[in-house]
Design a protein around this ligand. Structure first.
Ligand code: GLA
Ligand code: ZN
Length: 680
């Protein structure tokens, strides 16, 4: 593995910064702006994200542009050696724009037109909005293309949502025409004879509604097409935003701040437009042992963000240095959380630790959201001190910037599969796809395994093991590539509800798991969602593991049965296969027929990984590990999310980059401590 280029040209440092809104303090430039720079430096801040919601401050009237405050901001940042991540302002629009061109406002899925309000509510198709965005982005790029502070583009802010206006309906129909060519093909793909849904023209189709009684909401083909369309609309909106930036500033990297597993955009597709992935991380820390579970979600998302760009370091664009004002409880974080949260991001491949927000505003709905600088305004706060301490720590980790993560194991999370599964009706229960993938992820982390996150389009070739939970929809050539992967010696672990439907959400005929039946050497005949009071167990290596709610009834068709539904199971299929292994080509395909708790997954994955030649190391409770490397140096990150100390055995000789101390053998991780150990 070689070193990746630095995020900011020529600058191998970990980015430390956050969202900065000097435009909220135009009347206090001499005092607040000045103080901001002192405070930023005192916290080792080397980058600030500016301009994010500043449209009205730049174009107060249509076509009348005033960049003076932004010029001053950019100059001030340059003078203070702080890089600007400059945003395009499309995340929120000025009132005049909505007043003059109501088409820019979104229509909700209940077909109600929204009023001018809030942010993030523009129509994705509106030609006027796209044009206005193109103009202002062009002006920004022209103006700052040679500015020494400009280091990166932050395109809009947290894209999301959908619009059901007439322009969007028209675009949707065009999109359908491009995909299906003829209405008959669409009818076939959507199984039109069901409930008499045989369309005779594309004009008869419109987007699904909420509430469901208002319009179409049961047509799975339509719903899936709509989700794909909405995601595509975001992507081509982004293309429109980025085009002038690429043309005018080809050397300035582009990113977009994403949000967790946000449902309306397939981030694997979105990331193709970007030079770097980035995301906003807002875990709800508790201060208790539950923080280990809390930490799994950001860990997963960090690994996803890294994987979106095939291993390139990403940015943690936002995180709160203290409270978050929109979560269920506005709890303070225990001392040390800022550092732990920041180093966790770096551990899993981030080259940045950034916050929302640098300074709290005096008004608006985020005035009590956490910030580096509070209303009191000095460096004397606990939060500021913790941020400053984190900044100093990151300086000691500069050499980690640009290193990657080598993972032999990939875990599947596929947006389109998630869409299809969430519509699929196996009764009313949630299918729990995300939760299930997260459970596999937890097992892998508890086994200390390095992991990439892939979707069904990513190459599997570099992995030894691929885990594909609930791959209900096998789309594109995924099934063929999985087979090739196993034939060539890979290990694939699949589960219940794999291979039920194709790209169009049409069920495979001839038995599940459809095109993967031969590879798994099984037939999955029925799926049982356990009734109240029923219990099933899988007997694996002489131990009974209780299943969770979903159990498939399967038959071995060539596969070896390595686990059966145990005698203690209350269902009729006790003593039938529940866990199988099939040699296929040079490789192995395992099938787990039931949703299983993490204790089982840890034991089973450990065995399967070791057989496949992947190293595992059971982690002490509450502790996560991650290794960044560049072929030359190796950096072991250890993080303790428990509120008590933990002991861990090191295999090798290390230098702690934060303390300079030599470490080998047993070492103690204090409560909420993160270490970065360089291998000697
Ligand atoms: C998001 C937004 C920010 C801010 C924070 C608050 O991530 O991008 O503008 O609203 O949430 O947590
Ligand atoms: Zn619209």
């Amino acid at each position: 593995m070689t070193k990746f280029p630095p995020v900011f040209k020529g600058d191998y440092a970990i980015i430390h910064g956050g969202d900065y809104n000097p435009e909220q303090w135009l009347k206090e430039k001499d005092t607040i702006w000045k103080r901001d720079m002192e405070l930023a430096k005192g916290a080792s801040i080397n980058s600030l994200s500016v301009g994010i919601f500043s449209w009205a401050l730049i174009e107060r009237e249509e076509g009348v542009f005033d960049f003076s405050w932004l010029d001053e901001t950019m100059d001030m940042l340059a003078e203070n050696d702080i890089k600007a991540i400059l945003a395009t302002p499309s995340g929120a629009r000025p009132p005049w724009l909505a007043e003059k061109y109501p088409e820019v406002l979104r229509v909700d899925n209940n077909r109600q037109k929204m009023l001018y309000a809030g942010r993030h509510n523009h129509c994705l198709s509106s030609p006027v909005y796209r044009e206005k965005v193109r103009i202002i982005n062009t002006k920004l790029a022209e103006r700052y293309k040679n500015h020494p502070a400009l280091a990166m583009w932050h395109v809009s802010n947290e894209y999301g949502g959908e619009c059901h206006c007439e322009i969007c309906q028209k675009r949707f129909r065009e999109w359908l025409r491009e995909r299906y060519l003829t209405i008959d093909k669409l009818n076939d793909a959507w199984w039109g004879a069901f409930w008499s849904h045989v369309y005779t023209s594309f004009e008869q189709i419109s987007s699904p509604t909420t509430p469901s009684w208002l319009g179409e909401n049961e047509q799975h083909g339509l719903k899936l097409a709509w989700r794909r369309f909405v995601s595509d609309q975001h992507c081509n909106f982004v293309d429109n935003e980025i085009a002038p930036l690429r043309a005018i500033t080809p050397d300035i990297p582009v990113t977009i701040n994403m949000m967790d597993l946000f449902p309306t955009i397939n981030y694997f597709e979105m990331a193709k437009r970007l030079d770097r992935a980035s995301w906003d991380n807002y875990p709800q820390w508790t201060g208790s042992e539950a923080d280990y579970s809390v930490a799994l979600r950001p860990a997963f998302n960090h690994e996803l963000q890294r994987s979106l760009k095939d291993g390139k370091p990403f940015l943690m664009m936002e995180s709160s240095p203290s409270v978050v004002n929109w979560q269920s409880s506005n709890s303070l974080r225990e001392p040390g959380t800022v550092m732990l949260q920041g180093l966790q991001a770096v551990a899993f491949g981030s080259d940045s630790v950034q916050y929302f927000q640098f300074r709290k505003g005096r008004g608006g709905c985020e005035k009590f959201h956490g910030a580096i600088v509070g209303h009191e305004g000095s460096e004397n706060t606990r939060v500021y001190k913790e941020v400053a301490e984190t900044g100093r720590a990151l300086q000691k980790l500069s050499e980690v910037a640009g290193t990657g993560i080598k993972a032999d194991t990939a875990l599947l999370f596929d947006w389109e599969n998630n869409w299809a599964l969430s519509d699929a009706k196996f009764g009313k229960q949630d299918k729990r796809y995300e939760e299930t993938v997260m459970r596999s992820y937890e097992a892998l982390k508890r086994l200390g395994v390095q992991v990439d996150i892939v979707d069904e389009t990513k190459s599997l070739d570099k992995y030894k093991v691929v885990i594909g939970d609930m791959a209900y929809m096998l789309r594109g050539d995924y099934a063929a590539r999985v087979k090739r992967f196993v034939e060539n010696g890979g290990t694939y672990i699949g589960t219940y509800v794999t291979g039920y439907v194709n790209d169009e959400d049409l069920c495979f005929l001839g038995g599940f798991p459809g095109p993967l039946s031969e590879m798994f050497g099984i037939w999955a005949e029925e799926i049982d969602i356990l009734p109240q009071g029923a219990e099933c167990f899988i007997d694996y290596h002489g131990k009974d593991y209780k299943t969770l709610d979903w159990c498939e009834v399967i038959h071995a068709k060539g596969a070896d049965v390595i686990g059966k539904y145990a005698d203690a199971s209350t269902r009729f299929y006790r003593d039938t296969p529940a866990l199988t292994m099939n040699r296929y080509g040079e490789g192995t395909a395992y099938y787990i027929a039931a949703r299983m708790p993490v204790e089982f997954l840890i034991d089973f994955y450990r065995d399967a990984l070791v057989i496949a030649g992947v190293e595992t190391e059971d982690m002490p409770e509450g502790v996560m590990r991650s290794v960044r490397s560049n072929g030359e140096n190796e950096y072991l990150f250890l993080m303790n999310f428990y509120p008590k100390d933990s002991e861990i055995e090191l295999h090798g000789d290390y230098t702690d980059l934060l303390t300079g101390k030599h470490e080998a053998g047993k070492t103690t991780l204090k409560s909420r401590q993160a270490m970065c150990l360089k291998k000697n």
